[in-house]
Design a protein around this ligand. Structure first.
Ligand code: GDP
Ligand code: IMO
Ligand code: MG
Length: 422
């Protein structure tokens, strides 16, 4: 839509396939912008026999005509950014003029990563299971008004860096977490800072609004998922940013009236990586089977993803919070061989049954309805008219239960393995 910001948001626990769909959508947009998160994200894109996993760089980067923006709501680790950008440059993509970085985005220091480990260690059995990328400590410093921003690298940086690092070292001493050595990492990080200076470091919020005024279209690429949102997720087992629709406005500097369509992306089943309540989690052979077929191992940390059936309670909640206009269902092919597909329609605890998201999902069990599986490979399907009947019925069932249209169905990891519905 011209002059509007459409958003593509993960609406569950992340890893829904955002990277694939943003890349698929990019030819329709002039600008692709990340508004939240940092290298805790791992967005996989597969085309022409090549596979890329992006962490901080928006997934519109493979379209040479699109401007890609890392917005003010993001946090960025210069060393990891440099590595990611250099991998793309080695693959033949020129980035510097079409990858713009907000001067207001915050920097993840090496000591933020040490703090992430220290806080997790201190939490013991209550740890969040973070990605260890320093996300929580960096957003904490932002809120505490002591953080460093990308714009800081342009002016008197060494001194500001030393001051924040000293503050972190003091906290680490207080936590008795002193067994770390960041010297090599720090050298590489400083190299990353120097490397970042060759990119346009801009007031991207002004730039985006000017582009919208000129009738250009923007796609906001979500990171993580709605249930990992700092406000609306399964707190405290969440990430530290606003991953939901409000984060698009604050993380890019665009007004709510500029928001167009909101695409909510989910898988045909559920996964979660890291700790926290997960009522649909399967601890049995079915869970293992979903993990094996779906290759549910983290793109960033390699951890096993916890697997379960689709959760309509969580989806309805996320659709409401985000004002989702269109749904995108991923990894449908993973369920190709299942005789029966289960759908969580409610949660129960003793005699209590809930159809909406409770304050705390811990201790609630899933209530299921069963629908027949389609038992046919979907991989070669490119048009809705070729859907097996049981699969078309599954889609119709979900649309009715969620009261929103499923516009895109993904049947494999490749860019081509995608079905658009009218
Ligand atoms: P993101 O973080 O939301 O971008 O998702 P990830 O990249 O972390 O995880 C999605 C994984 O599923 C990646 O390995 C993708 O290559 C893969 N994938 C995406 N869509 C499909 C699909 O429709 N079918 C299958 N089998 N795999 C898919
Ligand atoms: P993408 O964008 C799935 C999870 C971590 C942990 C919690 C907090 O690829 O979908 P953090 O390092 O952010 O402080 O970790 O959030 N998490 C993700 N899970 N996909 C992601 O990103 C995630 N980013 C963070 O596993 O439970
Ligand atoms: Mg991911």
């Amino acid at each position: 839509m011209k002059g509007k910001v459409d958003a593509l948001l993960g609406i569950v626990f992340g890893d829904e396939g955002k990277g694939k769909v943003v890349d698929f959508f990019t030819p329709r947009y002039d600008v692709v912008a990340r508004f939240a998160g940092g290298p805790n994200a791992g967005h996989t894109i597969i085309f022409g026999g090549q596979k890329f996993v992006l962490r901080s760089i928006p997934s519109g980067i493979f379209n040479e005509n699109a401007i890609n923006i890392i917005g003010n709501g993001c946090v960025i680790a210069p060393d990891l950014f440099m590595q990611e950008a250099q991998e793309l440059e080695a693959a033949g993509y020129t980035l510097t003029q079409r990858l713009h970085i907000s001067r207001r985005a915050h920097l993840i220091l090496p000591t933020h990563r040490v703090l992430d480990r220290a806080y997790e260690a201190a939490k013991g059995k209550d740890r969040v299971g973070t990605t260890g990328k320093g996300i929580g400590p960096t957003y904490s410093d932002k809120a505490a008004r002591v953080g460093l921003r990308v714009g800081d690298i342009l002016d008197n940086f060494e001194e500001k860096y030393a001051r924040l690092k000293a503050r972190h070292e003091q906290i680490l001493r207080d936590l008795h977490f002193t067994d770390y050595d960041i010297r090599e990492e720090e050298a590489r990080w400083m190299e990353g800072v120097a490397y970042m200076r060759r990119f346009p470091l801009k007031d991207t919020e002004i730039e985006i609004n000017e582009m919208l005024d000129a009738g250009r279209s923007v796609l906001a690429e979500g990171a993580q998922g709605s249930l990992l949102d700092i406000d609306h997720g399964t707190y405290p087992f969440v990430s530290s940013s606003s991953t939901t629709i409000g984060g698009v406005c604050t993380g890019l500097g665009v007004a709510p009236s500029r928001i167009g369509r909101v695409f909510g992306i989910f898988k045909a089943y559920s996964t979660r990586v890291g700790a926290g309540p997960f009522p649909v989690e399967l601890f049995d052979a079915t869970g293992d089977r979903i993990r094996d077929i779906g290759h549910e191992y983290g793109a960033v940390t390699g951890r096993n993803r916890r697997c379960g059936w689709i959760d309509l309670v969580a989806l309805r909640y996320a659709i409401t919070i985000n004002g989702v206009t269109d749904l995108v269902m991923m990894k449908s092919d993973v369920l190709d061989t299942f005789e029966t597909i289960r759908v969580c329609t409610a949660y129960k605890k003793g005699d209590d049954v809930l159809c909406h998201m409770p304050y705390d999902t811990a201790g609630w069990e899933a209530v299921y309805e069963d629908v027949p599986g389609w038992k046919t490979s979907l991989s070669a399907v490119r048009s809705e008219k070729d859907f097996p009947k049981a699969f078309a019925d599954y889609i119709a069932y979900l649309e009715k239960a969620l009261d929103a249209p499923i516009r895109i169905v993904s049947v494999g990891p490749d860019r081509e393995e995608t079905v658009m519905r009218e």
